[in-house]
Design a binder for this molecule. Sequence first.
Ligand SMILES: [Zn+2]
Length: 116
Amino acid sequence: MAINDGDDDNPVYPLVAGFANGENLMVWCLWCCVWHSHGHDPADAIGSVEHRSAHCYTNDSPYKESGGYNVQVSSRSFASVRKLVKEATPAQQEDIHAGRSSEAIGRLRSQPQPAP
Ligand SMILES: [Zn+2]
């Protein structure tokens, strides 16, 4: 279900930054605390925006409820931003998937999102 802006024909999706990594566009997900990978045409202009379905594995992700997000192609490469955020460990991903939280997961989720 898309966020309702009163215009059913033009749903509003959250805008997130996408960082090119070859033929992938990487999006930091603050709900899953991992990078989601999307297909990407390297010829796409920096600043262009494309809609993508979210690959969220957590059921409480607003990105799932909104029907995905709009990804804006950043001028920054994935290599230059990937270390700016800490990803959830496999055990933490299991907890997140199961809807469990912890202080550590709360800290992961409150990390600033890499700017476009
Ligand atoms: Zn996600």
